[in-house]
Ligand binder design. Structure first.
Ligand code: SF4
Length: 462
């Protein structure tokens, strides 16, 4: 089981750890490998075996830019990254992970087969099939299974049965990004319909499945000092407060993977319990610059909710209120940014605020898939305007790069050619200019990610 980022990132991925432990339970000799921090050839954590000696390597890809890590891991192991350059003596490559819910097409030149969506019910058949037949050709017969060489269209994203829920970690590491935290699912999926989100209800593999507090508590090991509750819409869990209370009462610190501002506003006990559970920063999402745009995203978050979050952060002495949002949304205008500046001023008057700003990137399997990236210059101009507008307030900007968001958009909307461009960028050194040159040559548009080969052929079913 390979993770295309360093150890501390991979060990914070519940899905990666969960699938590794399921395969182990089925009797497969699973070893883990991560992208080394230095130039050393990759070796597994368990036995120190060089990666190139394994017959089958299963990768988990969380997001678009990690494709570079997959290519690097294979290269450093002496395995030709492109499937076309590999022979019968080389390992077979299986791909899964969160990116398969959206657009895994750029990975097609490098992998032999994919499991798209939730893989609990299929991964042991995929791996067992490899040992029975010596190839991954039968993965296409499984739910969410795809063998790009044999089938043109991406399959529908698979949804696993409830039998094995909740996903939970077997190992927790002091060196992980979520250090020493035992990760467990409190729910899976989402019942809401935000138009930009891959997890929204109504999309393939979607819907909310709750895990009872008793079940979660039953899985928490005695020696786990911190418990991380994972779920796309965990703050919508109707018994979240009771679960947090039980964890805090047992002397544990807590973490939750996402918090909706309306839930924090309507259930004040959540912020109190999070603070008792060791939280320093109260983090919520507003997702768009103005109320008008939030409505078009069907986000359901209002100014009143966000103001209540700032009040809660002050009341419970959080160090900071962090608000995530996107800029560069379709139909965003100067008046929306003006509103964001003046509203952030109101929040900051109540409590110090950090705006975590990410440019909007359209994702496959969402209603906003056919929109375009706003453009690097446009996003940078918006960020500058925000910076100027918030000067002198208790609000700070924490933006992600407009350039790398353009790269992400080119991959999120691209196909195999975009994946080939990643290999070229990695070979050229991996600087932003290398990515840009390779992606433009592959057909990405300068002002937006324009290449959409998926529109013609690779239409996700469902
Ligand atoms: S953004 Fe959050 S609330 Fe909205 S659909 Fe996605 S997971 Fe659900």
């Amino acid at each position: 089981m390979a993770y295309p980022s360093p150890y501390k990132v991979g060990m914070s991925s519940l899905g990666y750890q969960w699938i590794a432990s399921l395969l182990s339970d089925e009797g497969f000799a699973v070893e883990r490998v991560f992208l080394p921090d230095d130039d050393r050839p990759p070796r597994t954590e368990e036995s120190g075996t060089p990666l190139g000696r394994f017959p089958l390597i299963a990768f988990s890809l969380a997001y678009e830019l990690e494709l570079a890590g997959l290519i690097q891991l294979l290269q450093r192991a002496g395995i030709p990254p492109r499937r076309a350059d590999r022979g019968p003596g080389h390992p077979k490559i299986l791909l899964g992970g969160p990116l398969t819910f959206s657009n895994p097409l750029p990975a097609t030149p490098f992998v032999d087969a994919m499991l798209c969506g939730e893989a609990e019910d299929t991964v042991s058949d995929a791996v067992g099939g490899f040992y029975d037949h010596g190839h991954l050709g039968r993965v296409g017969e499984l739910a969410g299974g795809w063998v790009p060489e044999m089938e043109e269209r991406l399959p529908a994203v698979a949804r696993a049965g409830d039998r094995r829920l909740p996903a939970r970690a077997r190992l927790w590491s002091p060196d992980a990004e979520l250090s020493n935290m035992f990760l467990i699912e409190g729910e899976r999926g989402c019942h809401r319909a935000c138009t930009f989100c891959v997890m929204r209800r109504g999309e393939p593999g979607s819907g909310m499945r709750l895990v009872t507090p008793e079940t979660v508590l039953g899985w928490v090991p005695d020696d786990a000092r911190k418990v991380g509750l994972v779920g796309a819409a965990i703050s919508d869990h109707p018994q979240l407060a009771a679960l947090l209370q039980a964890l805090v009462d047992s002397g544990r610190e807590v973490g939750v993977s996402s918090l909706r501002a309306d839930r924090i506003a309507l259930k004040p006990e959540l912020s109190r319990l999070l603070r008792l559970g060791g939280y320093q920063t109260l983090t919520v999402a507003s997702d768009a610059a103005s109320q008008r745009l939030r409505r078009t995203l069907q986000k359901g978050t209002t100014e009143a909710h966000l103001l209540a979050c700032a009040e809660a952060a002050r009341e419970h002495r959080f160090r900071l209120l962090k608000v995530y949002m996107m800029v560069g949304l379709p139909d965003e205008g100067p008046e929306d940014i003006e509103e964001l500046i003046s509203f952030t001023g109101k929040l900051a008057a109540i409590h110090p605020v950090a705006l975590g700003i990410a440019p909007f990137v359209p994702k496959r399997n969402t209603p906003m898939w056919h929109n375009r990236y706003a453009g690097i210059r446009e996003v940078e101009a918006t960020l500058k305007k925000l910076q100027r507008g918030l000067r002198g307030t208790r609000a700070e900007l924490r933006p992600t790069s407009a350039r790398w968001a353009w790269v992400e958009a080119a991959l999120a909307t691209g196909g195999a050619a975009a994946g080939e461009a990643v290999a070229q960028a990695v070979a050229a050194g991996g600087a932003y200019t290398d990515w840009r040159k390779a992606l433009l040559a592959a057909g990405a548009r300068e002002d937006a990610a324009g290449e959409r080969p998926g529109d013609a052929k690779h239409v996700a079913a469902g």
